[in-house]
Design a protein around this ligand. Structure first.
Ligand code: DAH
Length: 339
């Protein structure tokens, strides 16, 4: 039995020397010290020894077990250290290296101007709402008091999807949708894309943007419209901005007007941007037609309202002195990064 133990010792020393990784080490631990391990077997067989032999063999067996245990721990420590050193070497991070530059984008000029306009109206108690771009003829035309023969209804001016579904030509249908759902007081701003069958050129695009405004309550008058839009123009273009209203016609407002404001570029002196008139037309508006109120279930005897609509693209072009609408939609980084 003594020889067997010595043999185990010699073998284990040899095997432990050749160890390459922790898994091999674990295999060796099981081989010698595990439940069915070689050394364990020997220790189990000690019952067959004589009383004199037992302490001698026992002591030797314990020595060998301690030796192997210690050796395994030592080897494990060395292997772990070696792995760590390897990792530290290969996973080296050079913290002094210049970082890769993150390109941060900026807002599209239309988004910037829209944000600014929204802020102004939110400050006056308006809520932002949206409506569908694919719209029913009813909301885009009929409910807005467009006569059956209104030229905008023509196939040449409007993209139809079917006889009664189209790409909205204006944001005004959002007025109708809002009044159908919500009872006065109403104070909303509805920005969004609109579509018209126009050829693309420097001032036209088959897709562009409008912002619609609607206020309905008891006792709303044209004075409220003028006051609201005058405050808006002054906040957008500066305190010295003046506004004027010219009579106009829209089917869904009566009376209707267009609003001009003094040119922000020349302060009304006259320049290239305002075509030397000193004034720039920025929106249309008026008092919501009683027929429109009625169609939406609002009693025009009790309530009145004003509405307005403006072209966002045009306002942005004037603000940033952009002379070609196409630039807005071409996605050219050289253009977009200027704002
Ligand atoms: N929807 C009109 C257009 O596309 C703009 C407009 C004018 C909207 C007057 C209004 C309004 O709400 O009252 O030309």
């Amino acid at each position: 039995m003594k020889e067997k133990l010595e043999k185990i010792k010699m073998e284990s020393i040899k095997e432990l020397e050749g160890i390459q990784n922790l898994q091999q080490l674990e295999e060796i631990r099981i081989k010698y010290l595990g439940k069915k391990g070689e050394l364990t077997q020997v220790l189990r067989g000690m019952g067959a020894l004589t009383a004199e032999e037992r302490p001698v063999v026992g002591q030797l067996a314990n020595e060998i077990r301690d030796y192997i245990t210690e050796k395994i721990e030592e080897t494990a420590y060395c292997l772990k250290r070696r792995d760590l050193e390897n990792r530290l070497r290969t996973e080296f991070v050079d913290v002094t290296m210049p970082s890769r530059k993150l390109e941060i984008g900026n807002k599209h000029p239309l988004t910037k101007v829209l944000d600014e306009i929204k802020e102004i109206f939110i400050g006056m108690g308006f809520t932002i709402v949206e409506g569908p771009e694919i719209e029913k003829t009813y909301y885009n035309f009929d409910a807005l008091n467009h006569s059956k023969y209104h030229p905008a209804r023509d196939m040449q001016d409007t993209f139809y999807i079917s006889e009664d579904v189209l790409l909205r030509t204006q944001t005004s249908p959002v007025q109708v949708r809002t009044m159908e759902k919500q009872k006065p007081p109403i104070r909303i701003l509805a920005p969004g894309r609109v579509y018209r069958a126009d050829e693309i050129d420097a001032t036209h695009s088959p897709m562009f943007h409008q912002i619609e405004g609607l206020v309905v309550d008891k006792g709303i008058t044209m004075a409220n419209l003028k006051g609201t839009l005058d405050v808006f123009a002054k906040q957008l273009y500066g305190e010295t901005t003046k506004t004027k209203f010219r009579p106009h016609h829209f089917p869904f407002t009566e009376p209707s007007a267009e609003m001009d404001c003094t040119c922000a570029a020349c302060k009304g002196e006259g320049c290239r941007i305002c075509k030397y008139t000193g004034w720039i037309e920025i929106l249309g508006g008026g008092m919501v037609h009683p027929k429109v109120l009625k169609k939406c279930g609002i009693d025009p005897e009790i309530y009145s309202g004003f509405a307005f609509g403006m072209g966002l693209d045009r306002i942005a072009m004037l603000k940033y002195d952009i002379d070609d609408l196409r630039l807005m939609f071409e996605n050219d980084k050289r253009f977009l990064s200027q704002f």
